[in-house]
Design a protein around this ligand. Structure first.
Ligand SMILES: [Zn+2]
Length: 295
């Protein structure tokens, strides 16, 4: 089974409003101001899967600021997944703004005072078929994943409803690119230590965090964390596949394209050409994701 652990979809109605959203949503503008940055619909992901021979794809939502947009896009993603015959695994967005307004109290107390209890929202999303939350961008969304009420809420949601958390993780060094700033690796590491009951997917090879798994305590702390290969060729030499497998093990790596940023067939070809053993390829290309999501 071939599973793409990280693609992005947008409702056609959102794509039609692209220009207006560039003005009102700073995080969206950071990624999609360039006209060549494509927005794909769920139908386009399915067509790409047919063409590339991909069995299942995670379809991610975006870290919107506006709560209405979050609802609109979640609805689209959940509906698209529901009618895909299991081929699309929906990752939703969650309105986290507000949790930190009540600084000093724990997440449960804070959310209890809000108009809409996010715990009720999470319950509804899980009941509607959500398999994860993401792609999360704590820095652009204005909270510290290492220590915040937002982080507590995510940790709770992940554990309570078996929702994987997919984070855009930033390399601390190297070239700048649209949306690079998402989450410093030290914040992800702190969260991974605290959120023991969560399943964490650290996108883009976790910003290089796998290399620190040569430190025994880091390896131990990352037992709940998987690393995806989204957009790998835009960031790293192809040698990263071999090195990462040798450090964290093939069982901790999820093949992902970041479609439509990268074509799925090309991303899959790069994995095939990475010189991995058959069992390593099988695990990374879909076996690990199938186990994580119970496919
Ligand atoms: Zn990303």
């Amino acid at each position: 089974m071939i599973v793409d652990a990280h693609t992005h979809v947008f409702p056609p109605a959102v794509r039609d409003r692209r220009e207006a959203l560039l003005a009102s949503e700073p995080s969206f503008a950071a990624l999609y101001s360039r006209p060549e940055a494509k927005l794909a619909t769920a139908g386009e992901v399915l067509a790409s899967m047919d063409q590339a021979g991909v069995d299942r794809s995670v379809i991610c939502n975006f870290a919107w600021d506006d709560a209405g947009l979050i609802d609109e896009t979640n609805e689209y993603i959940l509906a698209a997944a529901a009618k895909s015959g299991g081929r699309l695994l929906p990752f939703v967005s969650l309105s986290l703004t507000g949790a930190s307004r009540h600084g000093g109290v724990d997440a449960e107390e804070a959310v209890g005072r809000r108009a809409e209890d996010p715990r009720t929202v999470v319950r509804g999303l899980a009941a509607a078929g959500a398999r994860g939350i993401g792609e999360l961008r704590p820095v652009s969304s204005g909270y510290n994943l290492a220590d915040s009420d937002e982080a507590d809420l995510l940790s709770w949601a992940a554990a309570a409803y078996d929702l994987a958390l997919l984070f855009h993780v930033s390399e601390p060094v190297g070239h700048a690119y649209a949306g690079k700033q998402g989450l410093p690796i030290e914040q992800l590491y702190a969260f991974a230590q605290q959120a023991a009951g969560a399943t964490i997917i650290a996108a883009h090879w976790g910003g290089g965090l796998p290399f620190y798994a040569l430190m025994p305590e880091v390896r131990e702390a990352l037992s709940n964390t998987w690393f995806d290969t989204a957009a790998s060729h835009l960031l790293y030499d192809a040698a990263i596949y071999r090195h990462a497998v040798d450090i964290v093990g093939a069982g901790k790596i999820l093949w992902a394209s970041d479609f439509p940023l990268t074509a799925q067939d090309a991303a899959l070809r790069r994995l095939r050409e990475a010189g991995l053993h058959d069992d390593e390829f099988t695990a990374i290309a879909g076996g690990n994701a199938a186990a994580l999501f119970g496919l």
